[in-house]
Design a protein. Structure first.
Length: 438
């Protein structure tokens, strides 16, 4: 099961800031990259200029055509209303398309910003999906709430089965994560966690919230708010193991805050069953937007290795150089540092197998800027980085200004080139995106 979410941020610390234009928007692209070498294996292309194709992605064997397929979000398509495409991962042909007007009712915009595979619920043959339409300041439909829509296959189509909605302007659906087939009391149900990072908590603005829903009925199981004003709890979500032994997978929640004010960011581990806080990791000194991205993996000792992005961190005198914080289950913590002003190193993070032979996993870290002369061009860069030394072992860079290469980066359980290593998919959105720092 795969849940993948695009990781973006606001320029002035407030969602809705206008992104800087980088030439004429182009059709988005997805590149399948070898998990071993980072060589390009496969290529997928969007259909509309500015469609942000590849902003999110899921994977499963889709019974519609009995083929392995990618479910790809294009949240910038249709002038910001969004779109969802199901694409054969071998032939790269589109199997079907879900347009916003095919839904039961209007959504707030940017359909396909986040996509999550719900698997074969109740052992059915059909595959089920959750797709988010969180909207933004420029795309919210009049009177339409941000929504997460639960889709099922029926008669060679994906049809709306249920939906959950959040408060207007909350970015409800900004992040999705699975809690899989969870044991809640007397029943085993498939559930889905939803981040709502701009949601208020009473008089406190942008505290953020996380919701967990029954994926079949859309019924709310639990909701909890962040603990501090402006922390944007729920900006990032990823599922971890069942740490507390209650039979339900637990959740890591990023609360990166706003770069223009305190707090500086925090990462929570919360119970998948109740939302109760189990662990809190506060931003280290000088870190900014800490919790913007989080990667977690179970180490051999049963504890968790963590990699946390903080892309607005000032390094030496370099503003917004960015950092990724390596917090291993064993051994010493390390800061993986940006190398230039306005690099925004740490907008996305993931793990890779040991690249430098030191016996520990290494990191993949995305940056917004990747030009050779380090100009502020939003070209994008994906770097293999040693967690042992902080050295950059290998890098890939976007081809042109505004590519935003690697801002959306997904580790999928797919081996495209049959080398027994799971591969990556990285996006070239090739269009201005909301909430990118500018």
């Amino acid at each position: 099961m795969v849940a993948a979410t695009a990781l973006l941020a606001a320029s002035d610390g407030s969602p809705g800031a206008e992104p800087r234009q980088m030439g004429k928007p182009q059709k988005g692209q997805l590149l399948a990259l070898s998990g071993d070498t980072l060589n390009q294996i496969r290529f997928f292309r969007g259909r509309q200029r500015g469609d942000s194709f590849g902003g999110s992605i899921g994977f499963d064997v889709v019974p519609i055509k009995r083929t392995a397929a990618l479910v790809i979000g294009a949240p910038g398509a249709n002038e910001g209303a969004g779109q969802l495409r199901v694409v054969d991962q071998v032939t790269r042909k589109t199997i079907l398309t879900v347009e916003p007007d095919a839904l039961a009712s209007a959504a707030a915009g940017r359909l396909g910003h986040a996509v999550a595979n719900l698997g074969h619920i109740n052992n059915s043959a059909a595959v089920h999906w959750a797709v988010a339409a969180p909207g933004d300041s420029s795309s919210e439909s009049a009177g339409a709430a941000p929504a997460v829509i639960f889709l099922s296959e029926a008669e060679s189509r994906l049809v709306e089965r249920a939906r959950a909605t959040g408060p207007e302007g909350s970015l409800f659906g900004w992040a999705l994560a699975g809690v899989d087939q969870a044991d809640f009391g007397d029943s085993i149900i498939s559930v889905r966690a939803v981040g709502s990072p701009r949601e208020a908590n009473g008089s406190e603005t942008e505290t953020g919230a996380v919701y967990v829903y029954d994926s079949v009925t859309g019924e709310l199981i639990w909701r909890r708010s962040g603990e501090r004003e402006n922390e944007r709890f729920g900006f990032f979500l990823t599922a971890g193991p069942d740490y507390d032994g209650d039979g339900v997978v637990d959740l890591w929640v990023g609360a990166p805050g706003r770069q223009d004010r305190m707090p500086a960011g925090r990462v929570y581990l919360v119970s998948g069953a109740t939302g109760q806080t189990q662990r809190v990791i506060d931003a280290p000194a000088r870190a900014a937007l800490f919790g913007f991205a989080v990667a977690a993996r179970r180490a051999a000792n049963g504890h968790e290795d963590l990699l946390i992005g903080a892309p607005a961190t000032k390094i030496r005198k370099m503003k917004n150089a960015g950092a990724a914080y390596w917090i291993p289950a064993q051994g010493n913590n390390r800061i993986l540092r940006g190398q230039a002003q306005e690099e925004w190193f740490g907008v996305n993070v993931s793990f890779i197998t040991d690249r430098d032979g030191d016996g520990q996993v290494d990191a993949i870290v995305s940056s917004l800027d990747g030009s050779d002369d380090r100009r502020t061009d939003r070209r994008g860069r994906v770097s293999f980085v040693s967690t042992g030394t902080g050295e950059r072992l290998q890098e890939l860079t976007g081809k042109r200004a505004g590519d935003h290469f690697g801002v959306s980066l997904f580790r999928l359980m797919i081996d495209f080139n049959d080398d027994d290593v799971f591969d990556f998919i990285a996006s070239r959105t090739r269009a201005p995106l909301p909430f990118i720092p500018d």
